[in-house]
Design a protein. Structure first.
Length: 343
């Protein structure tokens, strides 16, 4: 998925790239959630959405300073999040509710809920154009993970079994640039041999393309560049975030993180990549220019804080990086706000 709404890009991005400013951070603020699922940024309305995961029933809404404004409740197992192309709707995968809800990003009211079928456990979301794809499958160990699609404009909005021949042990993690033509990338999470499958998208249908296990073991996060040409992965068995061509999974670079990378997020213009790791030193989050040899910024979290898997997201103007963390073994997530992450 892309965790940032595209509205507001342009001159502001060029301006921040040319400024030299000292990074500024807020202290991590605890969120009123029992766990963490996903994070999405609505820059047009200056809001950050954080879901509570399979053990929660809510989505916390903060402003850009990290202050909690409200919690959208009655969202059973709120997990994957995805904004519509225009940023007016937030789609929420309800892994404990067998459905996908739609939240109006202005009023924060639920405006629709689409059932995905009993025992489907929709967990991860990614969008191509106006279609929202969902990785589903309850964690039963029976290789029941599949991909479905939600097209709110279609006569039959929800359709399952879109993945073709590939199978997944559990609900696959999904990532896309958001472009209608894709590609859509599906990743096998947390296995001793993680794999990724790349799909092309045409007329609302998926066609399986290249696949491979070069991402390593213990895959935790994926992101795709805006042009769809390059995939970035974070996997716990590595000491780096890696880049691969979506056409054939040829390697396209590596960015050192220390052991156990847990999160990766590309800036909205795909010029920078933020990489978070479960490290014990002060290099919790490293920001690189794509293709760069050394970080342009290093974020040190408070003592005991570590980056959550899939816990990084940018504002559209790239002036702010949002970092979802946890403190020691406390499952309650926290939100840290990093100003001027590219310097």
């Amino acid at each position: 998925m892309r965790r940032t709404a595209s509205a507001g890009l342009g001159v502001a991005v060029l301006a921040v790239a040319s400024m030299v400013m000292a990074p500024a951070a807020s202290a991590a603020a605890a969120l009123p959630l029992s766990g963490f699922g996903d994070v999405a940024v609505d820059s047009a309305r200056q809001r950050v959405f954080i879901s509570g995961g399979a053990s929660s029933n809510g989505v916390a809404v903060t402003d850009f300073s990290g202050r909690v404004r409200t919690v959208v409740e009655n969202q059973p197992g709120a997990d994957g999040l995805e904004l519509s192309a225009d940023g007016t709707r937030l789609f929420v995968a309800l892994s404990a509710g067998d459905g996908i809800s739609v939240i109006d990003t202005s009023t924060l009211a639920e405006t629709a809920r689409y059932a995905t079928g009993a025992g489907t456990c929709p967990t991860h979301l990614a969008r191509t154009g106006g279609v929202v794809w969902f990785g589903y499958g309850c964690a039963d160990g029976n290789w029941s993970g599949k991909i479905g699609k939600l097209d709110p404009a279609a006569a039959e909005p929800v359709q399952g079994e879109q993945q073709g021949a590939p199978r997944f042990q559990r609900a696959p993690l999904l990532a896309s640039s958001g472009a209608a033509a894709g590609p859509l990338v599906a990743g096998q999470l947390s296995l001793s041999l993680s794999t990724v499958q790349v799909y092309t998208v045409s007329d609302g249908a998926l066609t399986a393309g290249t696949s491979g296990d070069g991402v390593g073991a213990g895959l935790t996060d994926l992101d795709v560049t805006g042009d769809g040409a390059t995939l970035f992965s974070a996997a716990g068995s590595r000491d780096r975030v890696e880049a691969f061509a979506t056409a054939d999974l040829a390697r396209r670079g590596a960015y050192a993180t220390r052991p156990r990378p847990a999160a990766v997020s590309l800036s909205p213009d795909s010029a920078y990549v933020a990489a978070g790791a479960l490290t014990g030193d002060a290099n919790d989050v490293l920001v690189y220019r794509v293709g760069g040899a050394t970080p342009v910024n290093t974020v040190s979290l408070d003592s005991g804080e570590t980056v959550q898997p899939r816990g990084l997201a940018w504002s559209a103007d790239q002036r702010t990086l949002f970092v979802v963390t946890r403190h020691n073994n406390d499952p309650q997530p926290r939100l840290e706000v990093e100003r001027y992450p590219v310097g």
